[in-house]
Ligand binder design. Structure first.
Ligand code: PDD
Length: 322
């Protein structure tokens, strides 16, 4: 335990602080006590990496307290950022959304917030992947389980670094199959909260149906978004996507597509749309940081267009830099 305390820089905390108090997180979060980590050279080369409470450690060794409100209440927010050519893509946009999410749940950003771009750059370099998926999670903090949070609770930051997933040409040519599901989420879907139970449940329902994604549709048939993606369709050469609102995460990829498509002369229409239009569309695709623009070839067992990824989807995919 002593070595562990040294590693986390928490040597000033005496073992008697090991009772259920807030200091526990400094001890319990960050690293398993049995893990020896060099904080110097790039000892974590090509392994998934975590930055937790100021330390870079192998992801498999990272631990958080069971008293973390992210664990007990899903009281936290997150961001997912991909690198392109080794650089975080659209980082300011992701930070802006993170700030809105923090404000949305009344979470004060930590004092070191301005350092995060540096931490992220350091993590990307240390991890050493060709391209990296950066995951930021910020929870309200650690305290004994009670709904009302302590006023000055210190938010807990975890940033992880993993290889960015890639899709093969065959996967892109095959496209994805989706189901539509009832909108059962809360009215603040614009907050990128770690409270994702409805999303998880519906994505699992899609998987059980042999599909890749579930699209939330409300009782009036209005289409919102996927469990982890936004949705677009093409009708008569125009790209259509639902507007921002209570039931939509303002996707960074969605915004990028809208901006770039308009700039390249591709007609776009941001408007409310319903399930029937989706089924009748020439093309449908999903957008997200993980997938860019992913063709959808089947919705609720109905074939989309001719059942193959279409030219507009391809054009949109090409808007993204390599
Ligand atoms: N998900 N809608 C939801 C509900 C999402 O979870 C996501 C992204 C998106 C697309 O947003 P963006 O283009 O900014 O990635 C839309 C991320 C990738 C995730 O949870 O892993």
């Amino acid at each position: 335990m002593n070595g562990f305390l040294r590693i986390t820089g928490a040597a000033s905390l005496s073992p008697r602080h090991n009772s259920a108090c807030r200091h526990d997180i400094r001890i319990l979060s960050g690293i398993r006590p049995d893990t020896i980590v060099s904080t110097g050279s790039n000892s974590t080369d090509m392994a998934d990496l975590a930055h937790i409470n100021g330390n870079f450690i192998p992801l498999e060794s990272a631990v958080v307290s069971v008293n973390d409100r992210g664990y007990t209440f899903a009281d936290g927010i997150y961001e997912v950022i991909a690198t392109r050519n080794g650089q975080p893509f659209l980082l300011p946009e992701h930070f802006r959304r993170l700030e809105r999410s923090a404000e949305g749940i009344g979470l004060r950003l930590p004092a070191n917030y301005a350092d995060w771009p540096k931490i992220i750059a350091g993590g990307i370099e240390r991890a050493g992947f060709a391209e990296t998926m950066v995951y930021i999670q910020l929870t309200r903090g650690v305290m004994p389980r009670r709904h009302v949070a302590i006023e000055d609770l210190e938010p807990q930051l975890v940033i992880t670094f993993r290889p960015r997933p890639t899709f093969t040409a065959a996967q892109l040519a095959a496209g994805q199959r989706v189901i539509t599901v009832e909108e059962i989420r809360w009215r603040r879907c614009w907050i990128k909260s770690t409270a994702l139970l409805p999303n998880v449940m519906m994505k699992q329902e899609a998987a059980r149906a042999g599909c890749d994604e579930a699209i939330f549709v409300d009782r009036d048939g209005e289409v919102h978004e996927g469990t982890s993606s936004n949705i677009f369709f093409a009708a008569g050469g125009t790209l259509v996507t639902p507007p921002l609102g209570d039931y939509l995460l303002p996707g960074i990829s969605r915004r990028f597509i809208l901006d770039r498509a308009a700039a390249t002369g591709l007609p776009v229409d941001v408007r409310r749309c319903n399930r029937d239009e989706l089924l009748a569309a020439d093309e449908v695709f999903l957008s997200s940081t993980t997938m860019d623009a992913m063709p959808v070839v089947e919705i609720d067992r109905h074939r989309v267009g001719d059942g193959k990824p279409g030219p507009l989807t391809r054009r949109v995919r090409e808007l993204f830099p390599e």
